[in-house]
Design a protein around this ligand. Structure first.
Ligand code: ADP
Ligand code: ZN
Length: 350
């Protein structure tokens, strides 16, 4: 059985992967400078493409925040002509301007490939029936998974969110093998199945759950797996970096491979903004490496995580992120130690 969807890129030796990242970073900076926001900012700071001679030079570039995106709403970060844009996704924006991300055809193709690669890494195969239990529309989880599962070749059911009875009927009628849903919904679905008298172990052909879009613990994952007798794989993404398909667990379930041909990862201290020591927890900062319509450089995700040491036995060379342990706004410092609420919660749970 083949293990990889895009073998060459997924197993690229680190030196070649980093060379690819550098050339794509330079292209991205060049592209970003076509947007009004980055053009004005870099002119003001006296920065140009010449600043980037190596990957570590990324630290010379300013960080980009969610607020910067809001302030340049709607078109300030657009780096191509409007006529070449084919899609936008947007956050709800209940307070102030929403953030919006634009894509051209290249961006949608690239994102769909990343999604197909991610699903394959979690064990989904073209012969599977894939049920996408999440909201469609502006939210990225709907169309993101839809395009990826279709690209992989799955019979893809755009089930949408909610209505558990109908979800269960779809699963049984079409023999669903893989499901994407948020973890809190899967707890609910297990309850409904129990109420309706279905034993998911016997009455469905479910094999794989893709769970993500919200924080959840290893214990929660195990509860979901036990309730359904199904393997659950963690999926991480955020709308500013397309949505899902940023980092995904492979079948080894030992951290989330972040697709480093498409994203450049940094982990910084949320207060000093300096890189943390290797393997330490800090705020995840990401740059797009393969996006044309709206490249983002050094975007502060606000998510706390670390890069896991060592390599994965699956053979993929893209590094793995640890489960998200919280938000950088939640971190507090006691006697010089960084404390994260999720760590305390973990201890209390035990
Ligand atoms: P919204 O806030 O509208 O949901 P996004 O869909 O972009 O906007 O949400 C992205 C955020 O969701 C991430 O920055 C992160 O905080 C959280 N998130 C996404 N996937 C995971 C995951 N697998 N584990 C923990 N948190 C996640
Ligand atoms: Zn792996």
């Amino acid at each position: 059985m083949t293990m990889y969807w895009e073998r060459e890129i997924e197993t690229l030796p680190r030196p070649e992967l980093e060379a690819l990242q550098l050339s794509r970073l330079r292209q991205t900076v060049q592209q970003a400078l076509r947007s009004p926001y980055y053009a004005a900012l870099y002119r003001q700071l006296g920065l140009s493409l010449n600043a980037i001679g190596s990957l570590s030079d990324i630290g010379k570039l300013p960080l980009t925040t969610k607020q910067d995106l809001r302030d340049s709403f709607p078109y300030g970060l657009l780096a191509i002509g409007k006529s070449d844009v084919i899609r936008l996704h947007s956050s709800s924006g209940t307070t102030g301007n929403p953030t919006v991300v634009f894509h051209n055809q290249h961006d949608i193709d690239s994102w769909s490939s990343l999604m197909a690669r991610s699903l394959y890494a979690a064990g989904v195969r073209p012969s599977d029936v894939f049920q996408n239990i999440c909201g469609y529309g502006l939210f990225t989880g709907g169309l993101g998974f839809q395009y990826g599962a279709e690209r992989l070749g799955c019979l893809t059911i755009p089930a949408g969110a909610g209505n558990s009875q109908r979800q269960i009927k779809l699963m049984r009628d079409f023999g669903t093998n893989a499901v994407h849903a948020i973890p809190s919904y899967l707890h609910r679905l297990a309850e409904v199945m129990a109420q309706e008298g279905f034993d998911p172990h016997k009455t469905t052909e479910l094999r794989i759950f893709i769970v993500g879009a919200e924080p959840h613990s290893e214990e929660q994952r195990q509860r979901i797996e036990a309730a359904f007798g199904v393997k659950a794989y963690n999926s991480y993404g955020l709308s500013e970096m397309n949505g899902p398909g940023v980092a995904f667990e492979c079948t080894r379930q030992n951290g989330l491979h972040v697709w480093e041909d498409a994203f450049l990862v940094e982990i910084i201290h949320p207060e000093t903004l300096e890189p943390v020591a290797e393997g330490e927890i800090g705020e995840l900062v990401m740059s797009t490496l393969d996006r044309q319509a709206m490249p983002l450089l050094r975007f502060r995700t606000g998510d706390l995580t670390r890069i896991l040491p060592g390599t994965c036995p699956c053979g993929r060379t893209h590094r793995r992120l640890d489960r998200i342990t919280g938000r950088s706004d939640d971190m507090f410092i006691v006697k010089g130690c960084n404390i994260f609420p999720m760590q305390i919660e973990g201890v209390l749970m035990k």
